[in-house]
Design a protein around this ligand. Structure first.
Ligand code: COA
Length: 373
């Protein structure tokens, strides 16, 4: 029987960064401009004055200290407050294609494989920069892969849902190897004028190569022991942007065309669902939480991650057990758990067990249990 293995991972990190202080300075300048512009309406009580943001709040509420972004200048311009990413011509590679190719090349290199060894590409992320042709087909062409490709979107859970699709393809024999890629440009759907959420997201792209076990050298990579997915409808994380109702560039006046959430409800409702999903998944494989050497959790919010790890393990997790990359990257949607895996899995000994787990809009939850070969 064919079994699927993670043989390599890759990460593209945009070079530009924005610290909390820089983000807050731009936000507060925007607030001052806005309040001055609407001073009369505010004085008449027809409009509420906007409140300033604070770095101390951001770090305490989320664990985020900084984020990488595709474009800094547009986000930090108080009169703009959204990234400035020029449209490219049809003859140029798309931004998501460029990010994907960089991450995929690293994953292939780590696995010691080339495009000739791969049969499929799945681009799985929260937002595609166009509906078609699929970004994945463009990535396939840029890498020189002979096979098939498709895009899929399950918000922050896109990577784990993509992994399950890759495992199925490899184990069913429809592909020898599949690249799962997560080019997340979260700054493009974040409302940088919203005090409650302007600090949440960052940009990054991850890639995972999934191969059949017989093609991977012994002692290399991670056996995928099982995947479990769960969805349950909720409006608490929502983005209404779509081809039937296009938002304007800045999102002003059409705020529901950007990321909107009821953060507290999300925290309260999703955390127990995630812990139950991981526990149920372990149980179905005759394993217990104490067998886990590592939890590579979706990086949404530090307090949420700590709570989930505590619920799963029945005690606080150490930072070695549940690594955090939020401080540097913020929430990078589906890429987050894969960044944690990419950066914090090389030290595990043969036989060590871990779970890659995502959660987010939908609601959606994905659990992938792996064992170091
Ligand atoms: N700067 C300063 N103060 C701020 C602020 C900011 N940027 N944003 C909010 N506040 C204030 C609020 O006005 C509130 O003040 P009050 O107590 O006087 O009313 C206070 O800080 C607490 O706000 P609250 O929204 O309750 O904060 P929180 O501790 O619940 O944290 C989140 C907010 C969003 C970070 C948190 O709920 C969360 O992480 N939820 C899950 C989000 C998530 O993972 N989403 C998934 C996306 S994929």
């Amino acid at each position: 029987m064919i079994k699927a293995v993670i043989s390599g991972t890759g990460l593209y990190t945009p070079p530009a960064t924005i610290s909390n202080d820089e983000l807050v300075e731009a936000f507060n300048a925007f607030v001052e401009l806005h309040n001055a512009q609407h001073a009369e309406a505010i004085a008449r009580g027809e409009m509420e004055a906007l409140q300033p943001s604070s770095s101390a709040f951001i770090e305490k509420a989320s664990g985020i200290k900084s984020r990488h972004v595709v474009d800094r200048e547009g986000i930090l311009d108080p009169e703009r407050m959204c990234p400035s990413i020029p449209e490219r011509s049809n003859d140029e590679p798309s931004v998501q294609c460029d990010m994907s190719v960089a991450a995929c090349k690293e994953a292939l290199e780590q696995a010691g494989k080339t495009a000739a060894d791969v049969d499929a590409v799945i681009v799985a992320c929260s937002n595609m920069q166009r509906p078609y042709p699929a970004i994945s087909v463009e990535v396939q062409q840029a890498l020189g892969i002979d096979g098939f490709a498709y895009d899929m979107n399950v918000a922050c859970s896109s990577a784990t849902f993509g992994l399950q699709a890759a495992v199925n393809a490899v184990e069913n024999g429809t592909a020898r190897a599949v690249l799962v890629v997560n080019p997340e440009i979260c700054s493009g759907h974040l409302n940088f004028r919203d005090r409650d959420s302007h600090f949440i997201f960052g940009d990054a792209c991850t890639a995972i190569l999934v191969e059949r076990d017989s093609d991977v050298a012994e002692g290399k990579g991670f056996d995928i022991l099982g995947t479990r997915l769960k969805t349950k409808f909720s409006n608490n994380i929502r983005n209404n942007f779509g081809f039937l109702n296009r938002g304007d560039e800045s999102g002003i006046g059409q705020l529901d065309k950007l990321f909107v959430q009821q953060g507290r409800k999300v925290f309260k409702e999703v955390s127990p669902m995630v812990a139950e999903t991981i526990q149920g998944h372990l149980e179905s494989l005759s394993m217990s939480p104490s067998d886990l050497a590592r939890l590579w959790l979706h990086q949404a919010n530090l307090n949420m991650n700590q709570l989930i790890a505590r619920r799963v393990l029945g005690r606080d997790a150490t930072v070695e057990e549940a690594p955090v990359i939020l401080d540097e990257y913020a929430n990078t949607s589906s890429a987050g758990s894969v960044i944690a895996f990419h950066k914090h899995s090389g030290d595990l000994e043969s036989g060590a067990l871990g779970v890659i787990c995502s959660f987010g809009a939908g609601y959606s939850i994905g659990s992938v249990i792996v064992r170091r070969r």
